[in-house]
Design a protein around this ligand. Sequence first.
Ligand code: SF4
Length: 388
Amino acid sequence: MSNPRLVERLVGRDLMDIYEKVIARERLTYEDGVRLFQHPDLTAIGYLANIVRERLHGQKAYYVRNQHINYTNICNKFCKFCSFYAKKGGPAPYTLSLEEVRRRLLMHIDVPITEVHMVGGINPRLPYQYYLDLLRVVKEVRPNVHIKAFTMVELVEIQRQAQKPLEEVLRELMAAGLDSLPGGGIEILSERVHRELFDRKIDGEGWMEVARTVAKVGLTQYATMLYGHIETLEERVEHLVRLRELQDETRHFVTMTPLAFHPEGTELADLPHSTGEDDLRTIAVARLMLDNFAHIKSFWIMNTPQVTQVALWYGADDVDGTVHEYEITYKDGEHGNKRQVLTRRQMIRLIEEAGRVPVERDSLYREIVAPPEELQPQRRFVPLPVVD
Ligand code: SF4
């Protein structure tokens, strides 16, 4: 937009310096990030983020057809923000056998998914061989699928079981089928939050060291930020700046996903949910700060499909996928309600209603052109039975 008066009315005089930087493709500072979080005008922040979003992706909004498998909820880390791990009064413990994993994959075999996303708790009884076999089973059932699996914390446990250097373990996991890492495990790169909420997991430095090794062996990684718990706005910006610095060094991150904290079933159940305002602002600030990340995702399960639609105008270019089962958070706060699905047609409608152009992608953002008959309403969708 070339009319400076109109721009000033849109973003406000006090954000004009950041607007100038955005237009000049200049990197924003830590202080800029804090200002963006504190500024009262959310629309102005969204406008700025949308400049970057449209510069990178135009009208496109990406989605993927994927399946999530959470192979165990037994975990010895007891993170205070986590509702997923088995505990008294919470979810019952389970570990999926390889046969059960195979069965779950076969349940959706008629859906042309391109990605299987697998994460789980830190179950010290699982031997190294289990992880290798898990990957092999997926590739046996779906030879062409991309496997995105294991947070940095799981990798540390897998290495502990393997008793080998991490680099060697990663190469063996890759040979068994691992294609990329979802990147979670640190939640927010703040030593204070780490101490208070998840001190049994590796700390920020440890997480970054694992990420460097992941980059060294040539694996792609994704990044996340869990927000809306006890972190300060300054700590959110610190997280973004540290991720940006790591990406300058490694260049192996593809996407960053801000994840809204869901308090139900956690030790922090008295905290409120993040608001739609906060979700949109966090996505927008992430887009503006992470100038070396290609994609910013609004994960519809965490943000709701409704906020995700608006987020496509606040910096997000990706909505994640069709997702068939997701057990990390529970719909309506109910344990046992693990079916969370948007069909492909619903995904397309969600994006089109928001005024963007839906583009199916694979895990590496290569565009997929599906045969038109797949879009026909008569395409069969197999409802998923609840499996305990
Ligand atoms: Fe375990 Fe992960 Fe939950 Fe922490 S967040 S308790 S490591 S499953």
